[in-house]
Write a protein that binds this ligand. Structure first.
Ligand SMILES: [Zn+2]
Length: 223
């Protein structure tokens, strides 16, 4: 085992200064590139934009540390990627179909206080992550939510019921969710922990959810 190789590879110490300079150049190029693309932050990246960022990032990394890769190579990659980005953006402006292929479509997760039919059939959807978004919107339970949409940028948009129309629903806070049982302790309105469907159950009853028919764990619905 040779520490010289592990720490410095084939190069010697003098290459470190060059790496520093290459890094500054690539940083400025990336910064300029993202300014030109008009992105203010990474919070609202769609999958399409994330792809561009990954491509730029990997092109930017090599010239920083490999002596045999000049920064001009990365510049060419940047220009080509931005041309593609620009062309696809123009295409999306003119075609909704293209837009939904590249950016995805807004997706209804909640309709009428419970999981939508489409979200039940969508297996990759992580419903727990969605509950976290609801909590950050100060939502206590699903009965408050008329419609919940997962936007293409990963944000969650909610349309709430007016106060007088709020129904009993599945609480989305962990202290409540963790109290799920198969056999309910007393009669009342209970919410399915899988889909948020509410149904009346009597004491010591255990039942399969009538809506998603996959789940038999219940939490008392709150209002
Ligand atoms: Zn259910």
């Amino acid at each position: 085992m040779n520490w010289q190789d592990i720490l410095f590879g084939d190069e010697n110490l003098s290459f470190l200064a060059e790496i520093a300079l290459r890094s500054v150049i690539m940083f400025l190029l990336l910064f300029l590139g993202l300014r030109v693309a008009g992105k203010r932050g990474v919070k609202q990246l769609s999958i399409f934009e994330l792809l561009i960022i990954i491509a730029l990032g990997s092109a930017a990394g090599d010239p920083m540390i490999y002596k045999e890769v000049g920064v001009i190579y990365a510049l060419v990659v940047f220009v080509v990627i931005f041309l593609i980005y620009w062309m696809l953006t123009k295409l999306m402006e003119h075609s909704e179909k293209m837009e939904s292929i590249l950016e995805g479509k807004p997706f209804y997760i909640i309709r009428d206080g419970k999981a939508s039919k489409e979200s039940l059939s969508h297996k990759e959807l992580a419903i727990d992550e969605f509950y976290a978004s609801l909590r950050s919107h100060q939502i206590f339970h699903l009965g408050q939510v008329r419609e919940g949409v997962l936007e293409t940028n990963g944000e969650v948009s909610l349309l709430l019921f007016p106060e007088q129309e709020v129904k009993p629903g599945l609480p989305v806070w962990p202290d409540y969710l963790n109290k799920k049982t198969k056999q309910v302790p007393h009669s009342g309105i209970y919410a399915c922990t899988n889909c948020g469907n509410t149904q009346p159950l009597s004491a010591h009853e255990s039942a399969l959810c009538s809506y998603c028919s996959k789940n038999d764990e219940w939490v008392e619905a709150v209002k």
